[in-house]
Design a protein around this ligand. Structure first.
Ligand SMILES: Nc1ncnc2c1ncn2[C@@H]1O[C@H](COP(=O)(O)OP(=O)(O)OP(=O)(O)O)[C@@H](O)[C@H]1O
Ligand SMILES: [Mg+2]
Length: 274
């Protein structure tokens, strides 16, 4: 697999954070086509990791590499990082600035200097992908929380980044909105996009991710498959996480852990007919 993004001993502390390190030296590599869930309790360092990965924050020490090339202080390199690694912010209000949804989504592609026709194509693609066509002329500030989140995702999608980081994208979404988000993520993944999602939803992480990063107190404490991470009860407890519901149900029934409720139902029907 091709390496896209590498952190080599990257650390960060906020000026306003006192003595506290937001991120201790972190080394991790992200590869093309991965579906990664980033877990950790409040203040664990997930958003800080994302802000560094997309170049909003600059490491205090260590090196970030994009496709092997070290990102230094040069504006051109930092622009390349922002272009390749899209970030959907935890709080959409931080991200949404323009007068209308359509203007908001076109802002990024225009800034990339793309021809008008290409900007239009990308805006239409992002609007329809996120089911926002009917909202195109509305002011983002007047949308509901879930609609704002969809605009924030469309914003980044229109940039067509190689890696998309989504910081708790399902908060504020109703069940239909969550399903639409998961369908969109599946679609993007099939098109070859690398996806990294910070979430408190362990059930989602279990059914969706093929790799899980666990942060705790500013440190990456586990980087493994969902199967390995969720089997470690002591680790989950220490990091303020819980096992997915299907793990708890499967354990109570003493059966292998299914990926989705449908698998569980099939297993139980199979048992009854044995
Ligand atoms: N702008 C800031 N100024 C000072 N300290 C900050 C700032 N943003 C975050 N921190 C601190 O950095 C640490 C890591 O915060 P971060 O936002 O990365 O956590 P998180 O894992 O994203 O948490 P959450 O699940 O609540 O979003 C915390 O101790 C937090 O208080
Ligand atoms: Mg956060």
């Amino acid at each position: 697999m091709k390496e896209l993004l590498a952190f080599e001993q990257v650390s960060y502390h906020y000026d306003s954070g006192g003595e506290r390190e937001a991120l201790f030296p972190l080394s991790v590599r992200l590869y093309e086509g991965e579906k990664i869930a980033v877990l950790g309790s409040n203040g664990a360092g997930k958003s800080t990791f994302f802000l560094l990965a997309n170049g909003v924050l600059t490491p205090r020490s260590g090196t970030i590499r994009l496709c092997g090339e070290a990102i230094g202080k040069k504006e051109k390199q930092r622009m390349q990082l922002r272009r390749s690694v899209g970030l959907v912010f935890q709080d959409p209000d931080v991200q949404l600035l323009a007068g209308t949804v359509e203007e908001e989504i076109s802002f990024g592609p225009i800034n990339l200097g793309l021809p008008e026709e290409e900007v239009r194509r990308r805006v239409e693609m992002a609007l329809s992908y996120l089911g926002l066509t009917a909202h195109r002329s509305r002011g983002p500030q007047y949308l509901s929380g879930g609609e704002k989140r969809r605009v924030a995702i469309a914003d980044v999608l229109a940039m067509e980044p190689q890696v998309m980081l989504l910081d708790e994208p399902s908060s504020n979404l109703d069940p239909a909105g969550r399903q639409r988000l998961e369908d969109t993520l599946d679609d993007l993944h099939q098109k070859g996009m690398t996806l990294v999602i910070a979430t408190h939803d362990v059930d989602f992480a279990w059914r969706w991710a093929d790799r899980v990063l666990v942060f705790h107190d500013g440190q990456l404490v586990r980087d493994d498959t969902p199967e390995a991470v969720f089997a470690e009860e002591e680790l989950l407890c220490r990091c303020g996480l819980e096992q997915p519901l299907l793990w708890r149900v499967a354990k109570a029934l003493n059966i292998p852990v299914p990926k989705c409720p449908e698998e569980l139902a099939n297993d139980q029907i199979g048992r009854k007919t044995e």
